[in-house]
Design a protein around this ligand. Sequence first.
Ligand SMILES: [Zn+2]
Length: 146
Amino acid sequence: MEPRSPERRQVPLPEAETETAATLVPVHLEPVLRGEADGGIDYVCGNCGTTIAEQVNANQFYEFGVICGHCKTLVCFGNLPEGRPLPSGKTVVLNDGKFLLSATVNSGHDVVMAGEDAVRQRVREKGNGGRAFGSPQGRAHRKPQE
Ligand SMILES: [Zn+2]
């Protein structure tokens, strides 16, 4: 069976100068992120079209920047939509700051990577004492032991 060809989406340049957000800085020219989706989405640099993330799913990356390994332009994954939960136990939080990457990061198909801003947004939405992480279906009910 022929593998499906991925959809290409651009990762846009930031609208404003962002200094605190997490930024991945690859020191190589391979894609920064690689997923497991058959087909899926290839995210490309909004400036030069170099592949930033390949074979990933939509809704996996929020609120962090990537310096394009080719043209050195900062591009940013968009904000977490209001009310969208970050999956419990499946979210990699990228703390503010720059991270040098010497190799492609492999990401599971259901893993979400999010900058700290996205996590702070979730904490605000849940109120004090709320949990930043959850599943879209709400809290899972544990099956009784047999
Ligand atoms: Zn580029």
